[in-house]
Design a protein around this ligand. Sequence first.
Ligand code: CO
Length: 156
Amino acid sequence: MFLAGCGKTETPAAAPAAAAAAAPAPAAGPRTIEIVVGENNTMVFSVTAIEAKSGEDLKLALTNKGTLPKEAMGHNWVLLKKGADVATFAGAAMVAKATDYIPDGLKDQVIAHSKVLGPKESDTVAFKAPTEAGEYVYICSFPGHYLAMKGVLTVK
Ligand code: CO
């Protein structure tokens, strides 16, 4: 009775089901990449090849399963920019204990990195894959480790 006689034609609202179908799917959150280091006190990344989409949201979960003291056998994960000089970076990192083996002068070559982990420690790092396709090297920058502890993130 209230609307009767007002003279306007009501436009029906979009059906709720159609609105729901058009809405984007809820974000799944970043993809987590789990890497174990120090298993049996070896200098190895359990994952040495990662593939990612351009700009993908990622989360690295690094766990040190070793038992040796951090001072003797610490491990980290450092993702370097494309074209970074890995040997130069690792060389400078050797004397950068005060900054967790991330050399101050070469910070601009780092995309993302974890803390240095002692035995049974873990750390997570949220980061975005680079947008530029190509290969990005990651290393453990603890002194003497990078030749053994190295992997590649490939952006497609
Ligand atoms: Co290491």
